[in-house]
Design a protein around this ligand. Structure first.
Ligand SMILES: Nc1ncnc2c1ncn2[C@@H]1O[C@H](COP(=O)(O)OP(=O)(O)OP(=O)(O)O)[C@@H](O)[C@H]1O
Length: 261
């Protein structure tokens, strides 16, 4: 379980140019839960995710992963960012990219090969291991980034706008891929997105953030049945209702509360 308690982040704290990005934010994510974070542009979503990932020191507050305080990038956590072109190493093949974070794991050669092959197959790239990232489409490169995170066998996956740079069809395919992988590997996912439809479609709960300095405006339960389907789920009146509710909660938080029945 992930617990964020009273997290506050001030950039340049103690200087004249200090800027409070995260005010006082607490949230928990249960094991195997899919939680999305949405909020106005510039609210502080990426800042929050980086603090949770142990990549950026918070000013105050604490992050716990399975009751252990996060003070640097935890072993049990993997990350996928929006910019796959910068997160993959162009001089390495797909296989080498996926293998890179596993170096410290000290797996035998055969076990490593098998893990890489299995993971690439699970994202539909079983034949692409010898290719270089620049020989692949954007959607395929993002699949490699997902495979690399999965091969690491994380308990929790943090994803920051992972599908923002791909076309709509590829995005839908990748959303379904992530849902499928979550079920198969039993991973907990914390997912930052600008896209309200995406947040509602994927999540068990959606955390709506206020404008900067951010805090939690509201947490919305998404009780839509699973497995979800891009057409059937989005056709349901409950889906439309929830997406409108989350939209209002971001734009006009004071009006949202009166519309959820
Ligand atoms: N290194 C930094 N130094 C100072 N201020 C920063 C720094 N990084 C981000 N900020 C500021 O903190 C605020 C939150 O930024 P952040 O990128 O976390 O927001 P976001 O919600 O992820 O944005 P977006 O919706 O545009 O992706 C913004 O006002 C931003 O300008």
């Amino acid at each position: 379980m992930l617990r964020v308690e009273h997290l506050r982040k001030v950039y340049g704290a103690g200087t004249r140019r200090s800027f409070e990005a995260v005010a006082d934010l607490s949230v928990t994510v249960a094991e195997r839960e899919f939680v999305s974070i949405v909020g106005p542009s510039g609210a502080g979503k990426t800042t929050l995710l980086k603090c949770i990932a142990g990549l950026l020191p918070q000013t105050s507050g604490t992050v716990y992963l399975d009751d252990e305080e996060v003070v640097g990038p935890p072993e049990k956590m993997a990350l996928v960012f929006q910019d796959y072109s910068r997160s993959l190493y162009p001089w390495m093949t797909v296989e080498q990219n996926v293998a890179f974070p596993l170096k410290r794991r000290k797996l035998g050669k055969a076990a490593l090969r098998e893990l890489i092959q299995d993971t690439l197959r699970s994202v539909g790239l079983g034949d692409a291991g010898a290719k270089y990232p620049w020989q692949l489409s954007g959607g395929m490169q993002q699949r490699v980034a997902i495979a690399r995170a999965l091969a690491y066998q994380p308990e929790i996956l943090l994803m920051d706008e992972p599908f923002a740079s791909v076309d709509a069809q590829t995005r839908a395919d990748l959303e379904d891929l992530v849902l499928d992988l979550r079920d198969r590997y039993g991973i907990t996912i914390l997912f930052v997105t600008h896209d309200i439809d995406e947040a509602v479609y994927l999540s068990d709960r959606v955390v709506v953030l206020t404008p900067s300095p951010t805090r939690v405006a509201e947490i919305v339960d998404i009780p839509l049945p699973r497995p979800r389907d891009q057409v059937e789920t989005k056709e349901q009146p409950d889906f439309a209702h929830l997406r409108a509710y989350v939209w209002r909660s971001i734009k006009r938080p004071e009006q949202a509360a009166s519309t959820l029945t």
